[in-house]
Design a binder for this molecule. Sequence first.
Ligand code: SF4
Ligand code: F3S
Length: 269
Amino acid sequence: INALNKIPVIWMNYQDCAGNSESILRASKPTIDEIIINLISLEFHELLMAPSGTQAENQLEETIQNYEGEYLLFVEGSIPLADNGVYGTIGPSGETYKDHLLRLASKAKAIIAVGNCASFGGVVAANPNPTGATGVMGVDGINVPIINLPACPVNPETMIGVLIMYALTGELPELDSLKRPFFAYASRIHDRCERRVHFDAGEFVESFGDNASQSGYCLYKVGCKGPFTFNNCPTVKFNDTSWPVDAGHGCIGCSEPGFVDKFGSFEKP
Ligand code: SF4
Ligand code: F3S
């Protein structure tokens, strides 16, 4: 917590698509404006900050010095380890993502890995994974707590839940064996799904657009991976509106380790 009673945050984008940045920008309760004004001091986020180049680099280094041991390091995207990390470098020195991460991690309070890529390697690590992409916990030498918030993207309310808990209690959430907070990842999609009654009754969509589909029947036979996936989507939804199964598409297991290879084509169970 800094002098303004806000949490210093550095948000790094490594091998990513910025989908988790997009996610938090669309947070609805509280909104991103409220988060930045009241909750966090967003010291560095290359998509949102006005400076670029040397000014931005200086801002990052000043934050590391001023808030050593205090800042939360949000990491979005995977880390390429193949060929000594040459597939991802930052700045004129050519510092690899791996070395950059290790440098920032060594002075952070904790790392919040947002999205499947930062947690488990995600889409970037899919076979044949030419860059040797891995999640943060696959990088040796990190000695601060890591919290994984996997999904593609993670729900903004899951990120905000971690921030608000830390702001109110000074504590980080309790984690499972994959370093995921229990409050968001303790339940299977399948166990909270509104179509579960149809699964139990043996009422299935056989092909997209059929009558069963119109009736909101279970999507298991058209590839839903809800029985194998842990996340809070059915109860939290996205931005108070909907979630994949509610929209008529099965869960593709985007928050699981090994996504996307683990489940292969989402067209078949
Ligand atoms: Fe389970 Fe998916 Fe069917 Fe929902 S739609 S009950 S998550 S298999
Ligand atoms: Fe991902 Fe499945 Fe939720 S695809 S967003 S974990 S419903």
